[in-house]
Design a protein around this ligand. Structure first.
Ligand code: TYM
Length: 295
């Protein structure tokens, strides 16, 4: 008998999870298989924060775990009114972006949240615990895991996180930005009056955000990035970071363009993902029905 459990992946916050994903179909929670689950809203193009804080790790996790699910959380996005046609297109664009970043539908189940039922992480934990109290140890209680990358900060206000919805267009670097746009955004990034490049997040948020981004996109330790920029002023350093980001995103950007031309493929990926997710959920729901006495 295969047993299943859920490990919630998130970058720094508690994240909600479709509740069926926290079910297991075995009888012994201790033997449960780890399941990775995370999600991203379809609205807007993924930015540097989404990439470094989540997507890059999702790609790694799909190679490290047998059961991995990523959801395009379209239900989350309708907390504000969305134009249906634009939302439909955004879901496909996000699918293209995730595939271009390296999400492999052979290794991960990629699906739309609206094809599931959704609950929040804390609620799932409460539900699992309360169900287990009444019916025995059936649901593993989901746990969160964290990435090493902290929040990527806004380029215009290092006290705020980089966000898709920032009204200041210079604050957020999107995966599909042109090299010119990326250079412009980094050139205008807020730093301070000290020209030296150092990593002191508490007192020098702006330049430290640049160092953290630089380290993350090059894969170098922060200390090494700082050492290599000795003698450089922040104005020059901004261009070095911009170049590193351009280099990182160039292959992803061209892959997105290719994938977006094949709408049928993108739709198929989501359909197959939803079918796989439903297939996992169905026997679990049946077990629950039996435990409760409905079947
Ligand atoms: N500036 C930033 N720096 C570093 N990481 C960041 C930055 N901005 C965003 N992220 C991370 O990107 C992922 C998707 O963000 P969303 O806002 O679309 O993501 C959200 O709105 C989520 N609630 C959707 C979600 C994630 N996990 C789930 C599990 C179940 C259901 C839903 C979810 C997230 O990991 C987010 O933490």
């Amino acid at each position: 008998m295969t047993t299943r459990t859920t490990v919630i992946f998130c970058s720094w916050e508690f994240l909600p999870v479709p509740h069926y994903l926290s079910f297991q179909t075995g009888y012994d929670c201790k033997d449960a298989v780890k399941r990775i689950f995370s999600g991203i809203q379809p609205t807007g193009i993924p930015h540097l924060g989404n990439y470094l804080g989540a997507i890059e790790s999702w790609v790694r996790l799909q190679d490290e775990h047998d059961s991995v699910m990523y959801s395009i959380v379209d239900l989350h996005s309708i907390t504000v009114r969305q134009d249906p046609a634009i939302l439909r297109q955004s879901i496909l664009d996000m699918t293209a972006a995730l595939l271009a970043c390296g999400i492999n539908p052979e290794k991960s189940i990629l699906f739309q949240q609206s094809q599931d039922q959704v609950q929040h992480m804390e609620l799932v934990q409460d539900l699992a615990q309360s169900f287990n109290k009444k019916y025995g140890e059936f649901f593993p209680v989901p746990k969160s895991i964290l990435t090493s990358m902290k929040k990527v900060k806004s380029l215009r206000d290092p006290s705020a996180k980089m966000s898709k919805s920032d009204p200041d267009k210079l604050a957020t670097v999107r995966i599909t930005d042109s090299p010119e746009e990326i250079v412009q955004k980094f050139r205008k990034a807020m730093t301070d009056f000290t020209s030296e490049v150092t990593y002191e997040p508490a007192s020098r948020g702006g330049v430290s955000n640049l160092v953290a981004i630089h380290a993350a996109v090059t894969g170098l330790p922060v200390e090494e990035v700082v050492r290599r920029s000795a003698g450089m002023d922040t104005a020059r350093y901004k261009l070095v970071v911009a170049d590193a980001v351009i280099e990182k995103f160039a292959p992803i950007k061209s892959e997105i363009e290719k994938l977006k031309m094949n709408k049928d493929h993108l739709e198929k990926v989501l359909q197959v993902g939803s079918a796989k997710a439903k297939e996992l959920a169905y026997p679990v729901c049946q077990e629950v029905m039996k435990l409760v006495g409905f079947l």
